[in-house]
Design a protein around this ligand. Sequence first.
Ligand SMILES: [Zn+2]
Ligand SMILES: [Zn+2]
Length: 195
Amino acid sequence: MSKEVSIPWISDFLGVAYRYYDLRMNVVPLFSERKQAVNLWHDTIHWWNDHSIKIRFVETGDQYWFVMGGDSTKPQTNKSFFKILDKSPNYERFKKGHDGEAYLRLGTYTKKFKNDAKDDAVCNCSHIKEDHELERGQDACLVEECQCKKFETFQVNLLKKKKTITDIKFLQEDEVKDDPLTWNCLYINKYRKMN
Ligand SMILES: [Zn+2]
Ligand SMILES: [Zn+2]
């Protein structure tokens, strides 16, 4: 058994955001609680050597596996991350635009309703807050043909700390055998469970 096998996999985060900041793409695992993100950074990611951080994307139809890990100078608290996510326009944008480098930051994801959203906030239906009006107790969208019955948006806040990632790969599932981190992830979290 190699050392890598004993690193626990965690997937209890909400998803991953891909954002342009500081002229570089940011890969942002999202948490509902700020404290959870801060602790995870402090206990785990802080100890990763930047050049050892790996991010892998394994595409399976309309979904993909997000896989991330690094070599730690404090191996006893090291963890690796994975999450099965739906492909999104932001994901596709990252795939095309990352250019081999990205910043890793953690973030929090908060749902916002009409009362606590900013005036220029955009609803998940793609129309702005102003287009939504209270009707029979619900903030329905007034744009014709839009089926949205309730204004709902989200806010992503990024923690300040960041690390540079330069090892980014997009893989097909038949290629994961040649990539130890990804193989370990899929073996433990997928193939082993199928037996
Ligand atoms: Zn709406
Ligand atoms: Zn709408």
